[in-house]
Design a protein around this ligand. Sequence first.
Ligand code: SAH
Length: 255
Amino acid sequence: MQKYFVAPEQFGEHYIEISGQDAHHVTHVMRTKEGDLFIVSDGEAREALVEYTSVEAGTVKARIVEMRELDREPHYDIVIAQSLPKGDKMELIIQKCTEIGAASFVPFVSERTVVQYDAKKEAKRIERWSKIAKEAAEQSHRNRVPSIAPCMSWKQLLQHVSSYELVLFCYEDERGTQLRDIVHPFVMERREHKGNAKVMIVVGPEGGFAPREVEEITSAGAHCVGLGRRILRAETAGMLALACLLYETGEMGGV
Ligand code: SAH
């Protein structure tokens, strides 16, 4: 069933209003008719099964049939910090990691980032990435749309390390510690705590990380982990680490 995200104020007591591009999608792309059912979420806690009622001046009105409580969000808030990859790979990363269950994305620039960071294009790019996150969240029926942070410098990223309970720094040259060595004991220990765990996964660009960066981030408190003896592409590493982390936390159960 089709799902749309709207702003919380568009939720009325009995009706929900959908405007803009989503309204266009309801009427013209999905060709929704009176009585057709779909799902609307406010991107936070509320989700409703609604019935298409009417369209007026580009705004769709839909009657709330029932409110739904189904929570599809993981109990781990997992942030993907990704050094800007080439081309449109960031789009793929955002789309796939949103489906899997990432909480948000932090693009950053590190020593070997190849793409030129362009402050002027920043707003446009974040807008595009946010749209991709929204569409992927709708497609995968999430309750929440992952946020995209403004691009950080390496220094800013280092300063963020201490605000997470766990930071996993994916490093292909790590020989001793594999992902599970850190994640398994953390998950065991975390079972005793309430609230969502805050975890960050850090992935490098095509050229990987410089030795200096490895030193700096581990001294800041990150754990250097390997994801196997194969070298993964920049866009694969985050998805894999995220999936493994959710597997370990027992988040793969059905609804
Ligand atoms: N420097 C490498 C490729 C880097 S791959 C080279 O050119 O040979 C891009 C990023 O993916 C890395 O910075 C790392 O964060 C992650 N990555 C790739 N393979 C990995 C592995 N086996 N273990 C952990 N991280 C990996």
